[in-house]
Design a protein around this ligand. Structure first.
Ligand code: AMP
Length: 281
């Protein structure tokens, strides 16, 4: 399974990635983590990135693309991966498309964690406090001042990726304001709906359901995210944060239930046909 997690700083990408890697045995490729490691090790990349990161800016595309390309070639990524914090710009997304094509790899989905921006500051402050309690070093960019800059950069540079992946029918939106457990559950549910993982249903029902979900999902997923985005816009074009999560949830519920109903009808028809044939015989 190959996924991208999209969302502003503090939206829970790292937390969800950690849970997904344990559940599905895939690796998390976080450019932020890799860059922090490079800064700590004082490698040439680290030295280049250090000040940019501390100020909440974006490290040049060619640097992060190089890191990701090398990382994708390592053996542990063969089973699948979650990209967390990459791509962050449209040129990075285009470069990733080229990389994946070259390596004959296909992306399963891009999961957007939609969050209420006003809650982010509180989340980031809580993360810093928890790290301090655990005696860990707090990230230099986990301050209110830098977060505001990182959010602005997310809006202008990264948000266009929502449109980019929506157009390519890869985008799935999840309400990131729910509890951690609930978000993980939703992600699992939509991954099952698109056929990226086995749904948690009895074996006999699982096969046709997975097939129908695979057939239907790209369109409904687009609808779900598109609907959510439409509903999330106010007439001025600015996002209406309070309704965005609900709309995304509602559309996703629709997408999920549509794909869940279809196979049931299909198997009913198949059963009827089989009964008729048997009667004739
Ligand atoms: P993160 O841990 O994803 O919040 O990333 C921390 C910092 O690393 C960001 O604020 C950027 O300075 C840098 N960074 C991480 N990923 C990227 C990327 N894909 N492109 C540019 N800069 C990045």
């Amino acid at each position: 399974m190959r996924l991208i997690l999209l969302g502003p700083p503090g939206s829970g990408k790292g937390t969800q990635a950690q849970r997904l890697i344990h559940r599905y045995g895939i690796v998390q490729l976080s450019t932020g983590e890799m860059l922090r490691a490079a800064v700590a090790a004082q490698t040439p990349v680290g030295l280049k990135a250090k000040d940019i990161m501390a100020a909440g800016g974006l490290v040049p595309d060619e640097v992060v693309i190089g890191i990701i390309s090398d990382r994708l070639d390592q053996g542990d990524a063969a089973k699948g991966f979650i990209l967390d914090g990459f791509p962050r710009t449209v040129p990075q997304a285009e470069a990733l498309d080229v990389l994946l094509k070259k390596k004959h790899l296909k992306l399963d989905a891009v999961i957007e964690l939609r969050v209420n921006e006003s809650a982010l500051l509180e989340r980031v402050e809580r993360r810093a406090a928890e790290m301090r309690t655990r005696g860990e070093e707090v990230r230099v960019d986990d301050t209110a001042e830098v977060l505001i800059k990182r959010l602005a950069s997310y809006r202008s540079m990264t948000e266009p990726l929502i449109h980019y992946y929506s157009e390519r029918r890869k985008l799935l939106t999840v309400d990131g304001m729910m509890t951690i457990e609930h978000v993980t559950h939703e992600i699992g549910r939509i991954l099952a709906a698109i056929g990226a993982i086995e749904p948690k249903t009895p074996k006999r029902a699982a096969k046709p359901a997975a097939r129908a979900a695979r057939w239907k999902a790209p369109k409904s997923a687009k609808k779900a995210s598109g609907g959510a985005r439409k509903a999330a816009k106010s007439p001025s074009g600015r996002p209406k944060k309070a309704t965005a999560g609900k709309a995304a949830k509602k559309s996703l519920r629709k997408a999920g239930s549509a794909s869940a109903r279809r196979p049931a009808k299909g198997s009913r028809n198949a059963a009827k046909k089989a009964a008729k044939k048997a009667k004739k015989r």
